[in-house]
Design a protein around this ligand. Structure first.
Ligand SMILES: Nc1ncnc2c1ncn2[C@@H]1O[C@H](COP(=O)(O)OP(=O)(O)O)[C@@H](O)[C@H]1O
Ligand code: SF4
Ligand SMILES: [Mg+2]
Length: 336
């Protein structure tokens, strides 16, 4: 039987998204034509509180995008449960899912690839309004589009232009306008600034923060960059090979990382506070992330962990609380 979600205990009314023991496996065939599967998300349990920005970090291939998409039910989960405002939406089919599709939106990493090049900005934003029947006249539709473009900082006179006529930052603003058009409650922001010039990243993050405040949004903010997440997120989950290995308030993660993988990720970024830097275990991450088709037994980090012992190969470490709201999956937390 699934264990109780440790995150939710006593906090149910404040929880928007609840994820319990979620698995997302993809069926593939190897070169010999034999069936196997990629364990992209492998037994993940956590929740997202109303109004927060929850960061999700980890190396490329750790399962961040798959987790974000599974929550939105873009994929059919292999097993486990997803609840939105207390409603179990895991098995909802098309018609029952549609209202939840409106509540949950997605902002893509590459704003260019995600925008249809043959549609004008006005059509892109308008299409989202049409799908969910959110306008009652032509004038209402045009007004709504204009307001949305204004809200995300785009020039309304440019609404008849095509995506290629805009800069990367402006295209991401179009993506944001499309996402907020349907008045969602929750948005998965999947590396929303990774493809952009460093000089405009802060502007896009500011826009996302402004939208969150004005529209009461909850974000899952995916990034491989711990530096970006630190200032943007209230809490951060660290993902490794389909597992969340640590989850805690953002500042605490930087001051007191408990999982060796988190410590390794933090070793790679400069820490301006000498007191914090002094206390950190410095771990240099060696080698590549193993394949999710054939992941290591027990703790999936054991092949790269400098502290690994026999038990790490035999038992999957439990994801449990070490100090208030600080969740870690390691057999030796507090003993390293
Ligand atoms: N549709 C798919 N079919 C097969 N494997 C997939 C599919 N989508 C993702 N994967 C695999 O799942 C793993 C996690 O991928 P992803 O969620 O994109 O990671 P991240 O976003 O952290 O880089 C990777 O090994 C990736 O190759
Ligand atoms: S459980 Fe073992 S291998 Fe995994 S992180 Fe902890 S010490 Fe390292
Ligand atoms: Mg990704």
């Amino acid at each position: 039987m699934a264990k109780e979600n440790p995150n939710t205990a006593g906090n149910a009314s404040n929880t928007l998204i609840e994820v319990n023991n979620l698995k997302q496996y993809f069926h593939i065939r190897n070169q010999l034509g034999e069936k196997s599967y990629v364990k992209a998300v492998d037994d993940v349990t956590f929740n997202i509180y109303k109004g927060e920005t929850l960061g999700l970090v980890g190396e490329s291939g750790s399962g961040k995008t798959t987790l974000g998409r599974s929550i939105l039910r873009i994929y059919e989960p292999t097993s486990g449960q997803i609840k939105f405002s207390g409603v179990d939406i895991t098995k909802f089919q098309r018609s029952k899912l549609l209202p939840y599709r409106k509540k949950m939106q997605y902002i893509f990493q590459d704003p260019y690839a995600s925008l249809d090049p043959r549609m004008t900005v006005s059509d892109i934003v308008g299409e989202a309004l049409d799908i969910h029947k959110l306008t009652n006249s032509k004038k209402d539709r045009a007004d709504k589009i204009r307001n949305l473009l204004q809200l995300v900082g785009l020039n309304t006179e440019h609404s008849s232009r095509y995506p290629h006529e805009f800069s990367g930052g402006q295209r991401q603003r179009i993506g944001i306008a499309r996402a907020i058009a349907v008045e969602p409650e929750f948005i998965v922001c999947d590396e929303p600034v990774s493809a952009l010039d460093v000089s405009i990243r802060a502007q896009i993050i500011n826009t996302l923060e402004e939208m969150q405040e004005r529209l009461n949004l909850t974000y899952l903010f995916i990034s491989h960059d711990l530096g970006v997440v630190r200032h943007t997120c209230d809490r951060v989950g660290v993902m490794y090979l389909g597992h969340i290995v640590e989850l805690v308030e953002s500042e605490e993660l930087y001051k007191n990382p408990l999982h060796p993988y988190t410590q390794a990720l933090l070793t790679a970024i400069p820490e301006p506070d000498p007191e914090i830097a002094k206390k950190r275990n410095r771990i240099i991450l060696k080698g590549e992330i193993p394949s999710p088709v054939n992941p290591p037994s027990g703790c999936k980090f054991r092949t790269r962990c400098p502290y690994a012992k026999d038990i790490c190969a035999q038992q999957v470490p439990e994801f449990k609380e070490h100090g208030k709201g600080h969740y870690v999956a390691c057999h030796f937390t507090g003993k390293l």
